[in-house]
Design a protein around this ligand. Structure first.
Ligand code: ATR
Length: 276
């Protein structure tokens, strides 16, 4: 059987997901395709989803702005998607469409793959900047993996408090984060600040050498925040690997196969920076 996989969202023309998933299909030796199904506006959503049902697609990814819009169309959510209130992966299981969210766990795996020392030390002090959808996924991915010392900093404190509810994490302001930046071993930037702009969410003047600084923004790959982190002797983690690893988790849901991602991060960097 040929696997019929899709990506829905808008805009998605420049998405790297078709390249990532085609590479996975090839590496796993599975026949199939992963193609774009652009839905330009919400009014067309119901109709386009009906088409996917009729086409009996085996699975699809959901990206902005539809990660919440898709939920009423699904038969069931797994526990993580339920907790996130957002879905990035849908799988046809029997006759049911089941919704998953692989963003958070994908992100945590990307980080641990790059910095293996994080796998053996659950007591590292981690600071998350921002409290949007991405922060929620990453925060719960970290909690699920067993990290115990989590702090979230956000411009609007109440949004952070909503994310950490039921955990022993704490919420601080961005000013407090900036002032105490040397207290953290890992800093994760989850907001859109820095995307296609020379801005950063906080200043890293007091960064401790060796601190891991991760930015989920990957356009540009080297954000202004990461540039400053590099100057201060930080260890950098680029945002595109989150895309790669959430895709690997989605692929495993669809196929039960865990693919090897060797070389793919480098190939993505070449694509993102215009090389080949
Ligand atoms: P989402 O991830 O849900 O799509 P987003 O618009 O990317 O949302 O915003 C994610 C986070 O970035 C939010 O926490 C937002 O702060 P608020 O909760 O105070 O709105 C944060 N954010 C966006 N722009 C910001 C800025 N210029 N300065 C500080 N934080 C910002």
């Amino acid at each position: 059987m040929r696997l019929n996989l899709k990506l829905i969202g808008y805009p998605i023309k420049h998405s790297l997901s078709p390249w990532i998933q085609s590479t996975f299909l090839e590496r796993a030796g599975i026949e199939g395709s992963y193609t774009l199904h652009e839905i330009p506006n919400e009014e067309l959503f119901a109709e386009e989803i009906k088409k996917l049902r009729e086409a009996e697609v085996n699975g699809f990814n959901v990206t902005v702005p539809y990660k919440q819009t898709i939920i009423p169309y699904l038969d069931r959510l797994d526990i993580t998607a339920e907790r996130m209130g957002a879905v990035n992966t849908v799988s046809l299981e029997g006759k049911e469409w089941v919704g998953y969210n692989t963003d958070g766990i994908g992100y945590v795996q990307a980080l641990r793959d790059k910095f293996p020392d994080l796998s053996s030390n659950m007591d590292v002090s981690i600071l998350i900047l921002g409290a949007g959808g991405a922060a929620r996924g990453i925060f719960h991915g970290l909690v699920q993996t067993g990290y115990k010392k989590l702090t979230l900093a956000n411009r609007t404190k109440s949004k952070g408090e909503d994310i950490i509810k039921g955990t022993n994490a704490s919420v601080i302001t961005l000013a407090e984060a900036e002032k105490n930046i040397a207290a953290y071993d890992v800093i994760i930037q989850t907001s859109s600040v820095g995307m296609n702009e020379q801005k950063q969410i906080i200043d890293l003047s007091d960064l401790r050498e060796g601190t891991i600084v991760s930015d989920i923004v990957y356009q540009p790959l080297m954000t202004q925040l990461l540039k400053q982190a590099e100057e201060k002797g930080g260890r950098l983690h680029y945002g595109h690997t989150m895309l790669l690893y959430q895709a690997r988790e989605a692929f495993e849901i669809w196929t039960d196969k865990r693919v090897d991602v060797t070389g793919m991060s480098e190939a993505m960097i070449a694509r993102l920076t215009g090389g080949k």
